[in-house]
Ligand binder design. Structure first.
Ligand code: NAD
Length: 278
């Protein structure tokens, strides 16, 4: 595994593209000033990765935030996702163009299939492969793909997905899926790393945080990185955006890594990829 160094440190995807292992999530950040401020504060603080999606309806604000930060576009790793109702070959190409327009950019660093819509995701993947071949996207990947979805997709792809973005936190580790992705050089990425805020309710995390003189969020995000998992905590508050990146002056012991692994209870706060109807 690559060393964890600083806020701009990266993991290398199987095509050689370097993906910053810490990003800003913007789900539920409102389009306009709220999201553009969050993105600008994050980039000013040194973040170099922003995760949005067409369904978040805030791509325009994300694009404004990147411009306001006044750093070169090529220094930002920008991610969006194709929504379920846009899946299929032609509709995915159209959805991609619309995302680029809203983000006001020429290309994406990573484009993901948001959910594995049955009967659709293989055609969607072909569209992503084409956009990748045309160099409109630097890396392509999936989200919410369980092992059986990946196995089904891998059977016949030209390009193996570079990333799988999954719900991931101490209550939902899915170690066998992590191992499967690692074996196929698919970078694992955490969504809802802070359990959408529920993490702060469990006193077990408080004791661990005290031991390191850090916050619960910092300890859990550091656990993500030490497991080799890219993480994208969401906040639209400046202090929290800064605090969630203060992860590089301590290291969790192996015993504490195992302690967090052992909190796993297969519990989801988001929808189940095997049972969603949207
Ligand atoms: P999260 O686990 O990042 O938690 C966010 C919540 O925690 C917010 O309410 C925020 O105010 C609070 N919070 C953040 N930092 C805090 C801190 N330091 N102290 C106290 N509270 C804090 O949840 P999320 O937004 O669901 O997930 C992160 C990102 O993952 C999203 O923004 C989105 O980009 C992505 N995501 C992807 C999918 C998918 O299907 N691919 C699904 C959900 C989220």
């Amino acid at each position: 595994m690559e060393a964890i160094t600083d806020i701009q440190g990266t993991f290398t995807l199987h095509n050689g593209v370097k993906m910053p292992y810490l990003g800003l999530g913007v789900y539920l950040s409102k389009d306009g000033q709220e999201v553009s401020n969050a993105v600008k504060w994050a980039l000013d603080a040194g973040y170099r990765h922003v995760d949005t999606a067409s369904i978040y309806a805030n791509e325009a604000g994300v694009g404004e935030g990147i411009k306001a930060a006044e750093i070169p576009r090529e220094d930002v790793f920008l991610v969006s996702k194709v929504w379920n109702s846009d899946q299929g070959y032609d509709t995915t190409i159209k959805a991609f163009e619309a995302s680029l327009q809203r983000l006001d950019t020429e290309y994406l660093d990573l484009y993901l299939i948001h959910w594995p819509v049955a009967g659709k995701y293989k055609e969607t993947w072909k569209a992503l492969e084409r956009l990748y071949a045309e160099k409109r996207i630097r890396a392509i990947g999936v989200s919410n793909f369980m092992q059986h979805h990946l196995q089904d997709l891998l059977d016949g792809v030209e390009v193996v997905p570079m990333v799988n973005q999954m719900e991931f936190h101490p209550y939902l580790v899915q170690q066998s899926l992590l191992d499967f992705c690692k074996a196929h050089r698919i970078q694992y990425e955490a969504w809802s790393p802070l359990m959408q805020g529920h993490i702060f309710k469990d006193p077990a995390f408080q004791d661990l945080a005290k031991k390191y003189g850090k916050t619960i969020a910092q300890v859990v995000l550091r656990w993500n990185l030490q497991k080799g998992v890219v993480t994208i905590p969401k906040s639209s508050k400046k202090e929290r955006i800064l605090a969630n990146a203060d992860l590089f002056n301590f290291e969790l012991s192996q015993a504490d890594m195992h302690f967090l692994d052992a909190m796993d209870q297969g519990k989801r706060f988001g929808p189940d990829p095997d049972n969603f109807d949207f």
